[in-house]
Design a protein around this ligand. Sequence first.
Ligand SMILES: [Zn+2]
Ligand SMILES: [Zn+2]
Length: 120
Amino acid sequence: MSRASEASSMPVAVKVHVSTGQGMEITWADGHHSHYEFAYLRDRCPCAVCTGEHGIAPASAPPSPLPLYKPRATARAASAVGHYAVQFDFSDGHSTGIFSFDYLRGICPCESCRSASSAP
Ligand SMILES: [Zn+2]
Ligand SMILES: [Zn+2]
């Protein structure tokens, strides 16, 4: 049990603001705080349909020259999946995405995480 780095993907507090549409907040065991907009999470849904893992293009996301017309996703509900993940029921009817805390920590949109990840 010497893997101290696991604390970075362990939530100590999770708040999902479904009624206000303000997204989700997570406080991590290492003291880091993350805030995710629902639209941000919807765009990064890790399920097979959205990531195209099985070669199926997402029917609900055709390439559009007018991205501004895309309705902004919110969540109608959220539920815990065991102790390791959260599942959302998004406003566009999509609900198969399961966001593990490990994944959520990896997509934390805060400035320090974005600058720490050297993604182009
Ligand atoms: Zn999905
Ligand atoms: Zn962060």
